[in-house]
Design a protein around this ligand. Structure first.
Ligand SMILES: [Zn+2]
Length: 255
């Protein structure tokens, strides 16, 4: 199956359709962000289109890079200077395309970050909540996980990093809410949904007070750590669909 190729345009069409990009009002353009060569035989995926990922993609002689965090975020300085110039120059000099999928990749029902987290953690999905239904609700399958402390140990072992929890370790866990990345502001919506704990990637100062006052526990499990799985699954899906090569590169990030 390997050594096949796909045209850049066909790949863009496939991805945009699979991820239903038109459904989302996002903070960045989703889809092809930087245009590279016409034929794609090898793709490198990663969480963020940082310089380290691009340098690895050059070493691996990738034709395209697929990420969750691309460029051109709403409100950012639009000038092509400094680190942004260096990153774009790396892509353009090597004729590598950049495909980026943000909210559509959080949301996808099987390949998305939250669907992949459900698989990784062994959660049954029961419902979705919040704006664009970006939040997920469910229950843990394992009967040995009943308290907040059990859940934290479980998540830490599955993610390979310590999670930070705000809440009573002995609190009984019933419905679990989760949303990957920097979704700490969805804690209010998670509380309204009736969850007993909300898991996301980052934490802010006010998150602590809201968790304590509401009695709904909050777990900060890492922005990068909770978003490694969607883009990897999407890269594998493309490789299967078109018979092209795919390498997922994990550029470690403690946040
Ligand atoms: Zn993110």
């Amino acid at each position: 199956m390997l050594n096949k190729s796909v045209e850049r345009k066909a790949l863009a069409q496939f991805l945009d359709k699979e991820l239903q990009v038109a459904r989302f009002r996002d903070y960045c353009p989703n889809g092809l962000q930087v245009e590279g060569r016409d034929e794609i035989k090898r793709i490198v995926s990663g969480v963020t289109a940082c310089q380290t990922l691009l340098d690895r993609a050059v070493e691996l002689r990738a034709d395209a890079v697929l990420v969750h965090h691309g460029y051109f975020w709403r409100g950012e300085d639009t000038r092509i200077v400094g680190q942004k110039l260096k990153r774009l120059k790396t892509l353009i000099d090597h004729s590598m395309s950049l495909f980026a999928y943000h909210l559509p990749l959080d949301s996808h029902p099987s390949l998305g970050n939250n669907a992949q987290l459900a698989q990784l953690f062994g959660f049954d999905v029961s419902a979705r909540f919040g704006e664009d239904e970006l939040g997920w609700l469910g229950h843990v399958q394992s009967e040995s996980i009943s308290k907040l402390s059990d859940l934290c140990t479980h998540l830490s072992s599955r993610l390979g990093r310590e999670v930070l929890a705000i809440g009573n370790p002995d609190q009984v866990i019933e419905t679990i809410a989760w949303c990957s990345g920097a979704a700490q502001n969805m804690l209010s919506a998670a509380i309204e949904s009736g969850a007993s704990v909300f898991i996301s990637g980052e934490i802010s100062e006010p998150t602590v007070h809201l968790a304590r006052e509401s009695g709904v526990a909050y777990i900060s499990a890492g922005h990068h750590a909770t978003e490694r799985y969607g883009v990897k699954a999407l890269g594998q899906r493309i490789a299967e669909e078109f018979g092209i090569e795919h390498y997922f590169v994990d550029v470690d990030n403690p946040v």
